[in-house]
Design a binder for this molecule. Structure first.
Ligand code: UT7
Length: 336
């Protein structure tokens, strides 16, 4: 029997219109464009404004656009996975809400929480469903409304994050394409450096938790940086070695966009020239589960069938990993 692989066959992303610039941030907290650009590499980030709007609204836009672009009927979708750490609410799953809003009626759906590695964990999960042969159209949407858990009086975290959604369609192929290999890790002992203190079952929301600002991201930046820079670079190098890939074989590294210095270190460890590394952190900041599909979407027209691509991420949990994939389609450039 021919081996069934899971291939990304379409991609779409959506970002809100509002641009929160470094200049505006410098009027809110004691920071500067110079500090943020030097230490992180972000110029601006998109923020979802408006009452009653959440991650599902970002996700719906990305998913609807994906369905339209790939000529996919919502009825044909078998499964929708939503990678997020900023669900609309604790339950039901944001995946269900996105499916409802995008009129996806015949799919089951669930959320997956792996923070900044959410897209990688989701892609491998989707691939495993596809490889069984039972599922033919799986949508993975990485979405986070990070502004909903960001304290805009804390200069150590508020410049870092933004809101976005990116969705991919994943289908079976018998060609030697798609998800080729994965290495995924989780280490819960890292939770002390990066977490949300309240709002869960250990510490439900109360007046005290609100007053103590415990519903916002808590991050010990330097410690997370040390783990991120080592583990993301190591796992990317490991997946190359395991698949006998030399730097010249790789068309693109698609790294999670948390800090330009972490991205540069990963590219250097893999021996890649900067022009093979997808970067858009300057325009969007860290959008958690959305960074990787947002990059792929922006670079889609430069990707060719057969391109060997490494996706790599590190994030809260800790979670980290790398996926080796062969891109499965040529760019559909508009015909003039
Ligand atoms: O995606 C999830 C995983 N997260 C990550 O991968 C993030 C990893 N960590 C990082 O990217 C970096 O640690 C940060 C960008 C969060 C911080 O950069 P850093 O180079 O590690 O800075 P630092 O925390 O060591 O702070 C250096 C100085 C401190 O001042 P003193 O103590 O040296 O006087 C901070 O108070 O910079 C100060 N500082 C700022 N100054 C201006 C911290 N934030 C700011 C700011 N503007 N926004």
């Amino acid at each position: 029997m021919e081996k069934i692989r899971a291939a990304i066959t379409g991609i779409h992303a959506w970002v809100p219109e509002y641009r929160l610039t470094n200049l505006e941030l410098s009027k809110m907290v004691d920071t500067s464009d110079e500090w943020i650009m030097q230490r992180v590499g972000i110029k601006e980030r998109r923020i979802l404004k408006g009452e009653g709007l959440g991650s599902s609204d970002l996700g719906e836009k990305a998913v609807r656009g994906l369905l339209e672009k790939t000529n996919t009927s919502p009825e044909d979708v078998d499964l929708l996975i939503c990678a997020t750490i900023t669900p609309d609410m604790a339950f039901p799953a944001t995946a269900n809400i996105i499916s409802d809003k995008a009129e996806i009626k015949n799919a089951f759906s669930f959320d997956l929480g792996a923070a900044c590695s959410g897209f990688l964990f989701g892609l491998q999960t989707a691939a495993a469903y596809i490889e069984t042969g039972r599922y033919r159209k799986v949508i993975l949407v990485g979405v986070d409304k990070m502004s909903s858990i960001t304290d805009y009086t804390d200069r150590t975290t508020c410049p870092l994050f933004g809101d976005a959604a990116g969705a991919v369609l994943i289908e079976p192929t018998t060609e030697d394409m798609g998800v080729m290999d994965h290495i995924l890790h989780a280490d819960g002992s890292g939770r002390k450096f990066l977490h949300l203190k309240a709002g869960g079952s250990v510490k439900p929301a109360s007046h005290e938790t609100v007053d103590a600002k415990e519903h916002f991201i808590y991050q010990e930046g330097q410690s997370v940086f040390k783990f991120a820079v080592v583990n993301m670079a190591n796992v990317a190098a490991e997946i190359m070695e395991r698949n006998n890939l030399k730097s010249e074989d790789i068309a693109w590294l698609v790294p999670h966009q948390a800090n330009l210095r972490i991205i540069d270190a990963t590219g250097r460890r893999m021996g890649l020239p900067p022009e093979k590394v997808m970067i858009n952190i300057e325009n969007y900041g860290n959008t958690t589960a959305a960074t990787i599909p947002l990059c792929l979407w922006e670079y889609e027209n430069r990707l060719k069938k057969g391109d060997k691509i490494i996706l790599a991420a590190f994030g809260g949990g800790f979670t980290w990993g790398a996926i080796y994939l062969k891109w499965a389609y040529d760019p559909q450039l508009p015909t003039t």
